[in-house]
Design a protein around this ligand. Structure first.
Ligand SMILES: [Zn+2]
Length: 55
């Protein structure tokens, strides 16, 4: 039947963020993709830092 969000598995996918239920879950999945090479601290809404990066 209805597929649940693969991240939290508690809510059905939202049209806007399929197959995830929210941007947060989409971000979580994205971070998994980048895990190991790219770590985002906290639960920021921004995909990239605003303060630049360390050199
Ligand atoms: Zn979710």
């Amino acid at each position: 039947m209805a597929a649940m969000c693969p991240v939290c598995r508690r809510q059905p996918p939202a049209d806007k963020y399929r197959p995830f239920c929210s941007k947060r879950c989409a971000d979580v999945d994205l971070q998994r993709w980048f895990s190991g090479s790219y770590v985002i601290p906290g639960g920021s809404d921004e995909p990239l830092g605003e303060d630049g990066e360390e050199d």
